[in-house]
Design a protein around this ligand. Structure first.
Ligand code: MTE
Ligand code: MO
Length: 382
């Protein structure tokens, strides 16, 4: 493949794979509510496509619809614009840690394959109306139940074909699900790394379904048959290995579970004072909010509740700004650090789902959805 036209990137990113380019920021970069574009993780499966002629760029919508359509960027920009604050998280976030319990297959990530951005664009539900699919419907008249997004990049997992994914038509046509065709990120034109000129954002769902460099949309009867839907991004039980795996037995992962991580400390760290502020992010999928974040400095025997923070008056806010339903919360707590401590954070979402204590309970061969209690070993400088 041709990696000669990759965009420039910030030099402080930790590069987990060069070609395709996969990189995440240092933990401390995640301590601002809106993640700056330069420090937003980049997750690719092939070279970054070059889109030069924006005038001629259009998205075709076809498949099981009564009125197939080609819609230009100009027309997409003329639809009502929404700004949605949503956290995008790769299902592989925290995979490196899962791999330490037992080897898994996939790009290694620390805790920063996640970011929170203001996505600006048209609602998919509005776009689907243009091809005759009414809002809140769960199927199209010719019998489509899924909406497939197809890109223009070239992935080796697809034998050089484009990346693709689908979501249910019920979710796609539901304006409250806030699925976007986004052309802006944090008030700026989407950058090449993040999907210029147009990408899908599916809030509350693993990043793999938010297809970048969108080229066409198909209304289909069954789920998308692409590699990343059928042979990847599925959560298997710990008993399944590469000899007995049967991909058909599991569903394509959609919503992500409750997650949190400490970002004020690196993996093994030294703190200078007795009192230290422990800070990080917490988020849950499916639009469930965060109810609580608990911190322990004694290996999980006792806990204290962290303060939580969600910024409301952020820049580029407009009247259509949704609440922060799809966004992470930042947490912080000031604690006394014992001389040698394991600091732990765990979050509870609004459905009272709690992160599992140990990685062994959720270990899976692809190393996805590591949401075990996040632990950091600290030593106090004397
Ligand atoms: N879309 C295309 N076309 N190609 C890709 O490789 N990667 C997916 C998703 N959309 C991908 C894609 C995955 S696995 C994730 S986690 C997110 O994009 C990452 O988005 P980001 O690079 O903007 O952070
Ligand atoms: Mo991902």
């Amino acid at each position: 493949s041709d990696y000669s036209q990759e965009p420039p990137r910030h030099s402080s990113l930790k590069v987990n794979s060069k070609e395709p380019f996969n990189a995440e920021p240092h933990r401390a970069a995640l301590l601002s509510y809106i993640t700056p574009i330069d420090f937003f993780y980049k997750r690719n499966h092939g070279p970054i496509p070059v889109v030069d002629d924006i005038e001629r760029y259009n998205v075709s919508i076809g498949g099981l619809v009564e009125k197939p359509l080609e819609i230009s960027m100009f027309e997409i920009r003329r639809l009502p614009k929404y700004n949605v604050v949503a956290t995008l998280q790769c299902a592989g976030n925290r995979r490196t840690e899962m791999s330490k319990a037992r080897t898994v297959k996939g790009v290694g990530w620390d805790v920063s394959a996640i970011g929170n951005a203001i996505w600006g664009g048209a609602k998919l539900a509005d776009v689907l109306e243009l091809v005759g699919i009414s809002k809140y419907s769960s199927f199209s008249a010719p019998g489509g139940k899924h909406v497939e997004f197809v890109s223009i990049d070239k992935c080796k997992e697809e034998n050089g074909g484009p990346y693709k994914a689908s979501i249910s038509l019920r979710q796609a046509a539901n304006p409250e699900a806030d699925v976007l065709l986004a052309y802006e990120m944090n008030g700026e034109i989407l950058s090449r790394d993040h999907g210029y000129p147009l990408r899908v954002i599916v809030p509350g769902v693993i990043g793999a379904r938010s297809v970048k460099w969108l080229d066409h949309i198909n209304i289909i009867e069954d789920e998308c048959q692409g590699f990343f839907m059928q042979k990847d991004y599925k959560m298997f039980p710990p008993s399944v290995n590469w000899d007995n795996i049967n991909w058909l037995t599991r569903k394509a992962q959609m919503d992500f579970p409750v997650q949190c991580a400490i970002c004020s400390l690196e993996d093994v760290d030294v703190v200078n004072q007795v009192k230290a502020t422990i800070a990080g992010y917490a988020v849950s999928g499916g639009g469930r909010g965060i109810e609580r974040v608990d911190i322990s400095v004694d290996g999980g025997k006792t806990w204290l509740e962290a303060e939580r923070y969600q910024r409301r008056n952020i820049p580029y806010q407009s009247d259509d700004m949704n609440n922060d339903k799809w966004a992470w919360v930042l947490f912080k707590a000031t604690v006394d650090i014992p001389e040698n401590a394991v600091i732990i954070a765990k979050a509870v979402d609004t459905a009272a789902n709690v992160q599992p204590e140990k990685v062994d309970a959720i270990w899976n061969l692809r190393g996805i959805l590591n949401t075990s209690w996040h632990k950091v070993q600290v030593r106090r400088a004397s």
